[in-house]
Design a binder for this molecule. Structure first.
Ligand SMILES: [Zn+2]
Length: 52
């Protein structure tokens, strides 16, 4: 069971759009930027940081 992001990973991730910190919603498997609210999916514990 390693489908959740670790705190270490979460700490180094920033929004690809505005470089702000991200909030992690475990129940929805997504990251949301604290500043611009851009969303990033987390699939199998791996954040998809590719912006569309
Ligand atoms: Zn952002």
């Amino acid at each position: 069971m390693s489908e959740e992001l670790s705190n270490e990973v979460l700490e180094i991730l920033v929004c690809t759009k505005c470089s702000s910190e991200l909030n992690y919603f475990k129940d929805k498997n997504k990251l949301v930027c604290k500043k611009c609210n851009k969303e990033f999916k987390v699939e199998n514990g791996i954040p998809n940081m590719v912006s569309d």
